[in-house]
Design a protein around this ligand. Structure first.
Ligand SMILES: Cc1cc2nc3c(=O)[nH]c(=O)nc-3n(C[C@H](O)[C@H](O)[C@H](O)COP(=O)(O)O)c2cc1C
Length: 388
């Protein structure tokens, strides 16, 4: 990827205007429609779809539309600071790439395309337990670039302990425990398509590379990938998990722990009481509970309850630079970008992900410039108002 030059916004504009013909999209919605054109319906709907009637997916976007920025003029902000620091990880702009499983559905070797794009830009990637590539291979591809590991707490604790141990050994700097997917939601598009990638042997790379998981199988995954996929699906459901269990995970690692999928203030407090360092407010992009509260609204509730010192990130509905600025103004320390980078991957592989990252960075920077702000870390509610 070309060196990111500062200021990102004007430099990227100049690069695009002066760069000549190029058929890759700029607009996030166009990346999505182009992805739809190149993918089979099964994989596309798996990425794009949500739970039930997809009302929460729509609510995520509507929540962003309810808030308006309050631009201030003549702030003398030709120097701007986009950096944040989240639990020792310092992204160059206030976003990370969200954990997304089964990227091989978007592109063969999709995990490695994303690994290279993220590493080139210095944008931290949260690598999924449902990735198709072993976390060690991804780590090797990313070299010294920042990365976190997203954990699904499956119903076999020895497997969970093994995944955590491997993530530490492979240089992941934090563990993100996803709380909202102890069972897959009612995903109408996937059910209609009869599409579940895991039983086809996709998205199980963390498991087939895991010695403890392998010890649970009677036939090796190489000889029978579908059997391994079925075993992984059988291990996935874990609705018996309780708050008290988090102490077990806390004892297993010295890495910072964050809980992802929190939507209520009382749950956010329980996460911190369990000795976790951070919270990711998220409704999994509307893929789990149809009718759930919009993530941006939940962010307001959680930040109000925890005060300004708690580490609170958010995702679900981030598409454009203004969304990032709004989330920060409402109290997020940083956000996670989800589907948009997956559409970039589907359309143009590593280059597509690089473009999506570059464009989002530029748009964040330009929004900051034009609202008269100097530093993303200083954004607060004075920068935002509810639409009348
Ligand atoms: C195809 C797909 C796969 C996902 N896989 C995971 C996963 O393995 N682990 C996880 O914690 N979240 C997963 N998520 C949720 C994302 O991390 C993130 O919360 C969500 O994409 C945010 O919504 P948005 O993309 O609409 O902004 C996945 C999302 C998508 C679209």
């Amino acid at each position: 990827m070309p060196e990111m030059s500062f200021p990102f916004g004007p430099a990227t504009q100049a690069e695009i205007y002066g760069g000549g013909a190029d058929d890759l999209p700029i607009d996030p919605d166009e990346w999505e429609s182009r992805a739809k054109a190149v993918l089979e319906p099964g994989p596309f709907d798996y990425i794009a779809g949500g739970a039930g009637g997809e009302s929460t997916m729509r609510a995520n976007r509507e929540a962003f539309a309810r808030w308006r920025l309050r631009p201030a003029m003549l702030a003398g902000n030709q120097q701007r600071d986009l950096h944040v620091n989240v639990l020792g990880t310092s992204p160059p702009a206030p976003f990370l790439l969200a954990p997304v499983g089964v990227l091989s559905a978007a592109r063969p070797d999709g995990d490695l395309d994303v690994a290279r794009a993220a590493a080139g830009a210095g944008v931290p990637w949260v690598v999924s337990t449902a990735a198709s590539t072993p976390m060690e291979t991804i780590a090797q591809t990313m070299g010294g670039a920042p990365r976190w590991y997203q954990l699904y707490w499956v119903n076999d604790r020895e497997v969970v302990a093994s995944l955590v141990h491997r993530a530490e050994a492979a240089g992941y700097a934090a563990i993100v425990l996803t709380l909202d997917t102890l069972q897959l939601g009612w995903r109408v598009r996937d059910l209609s398509n009869r599409y579940l990638p895991f039983i086809l042997g996709e998205g199980i790379g963390q498991f087939t590379s895991d010695p403890v998981f392998r010890s649970r199988l009677s036939v090796s995954p190489e000889d029978d990938p579908q059997n391994a996929g079925t075993a992984m699906v059988g291990m996935f459901s874990n609705l018996g998990l309780r708050w008290d269990d988090l102490a077990w995970l806390r004892e297993r690692t010295r890495l910072p722990l964050l809980a992802k999928g929190v939507l209520r203030a009382d749950d956010a407090r329980r996460v911190l009481d369990a000795g976790f360092e951070g919270i990711i407010v998220s409704n999994h992009g509307g893929r789990q509970v149809d009718g759930a509260v919009a993530a941006l609204d939940a962010l307001v509730e959680v930040r109000d309850a925890l005060g300004e010192d708690a580490v609170v990130l958010m995702d679900s509905g981030i598409r454009r630079g203004a969304d990032v600025i709004k989330a920060l103004a409402l109290g997020a320390n940083a956000v996670l970008l989800g589907r948009p980078y997956v559409y970039g991957l589907a359309v143009a592989g590593q280059t597509g992900v690089e473009r999506v990252i570059r464009n989002l960075m530029a748009e964040i920077d330009l929004t900051l410039a034009l609202i008269g702000a100097h530093d993303v870390k200083a954004l607060d509610r004075s920068w935002i108002t509810l639409r009348p």
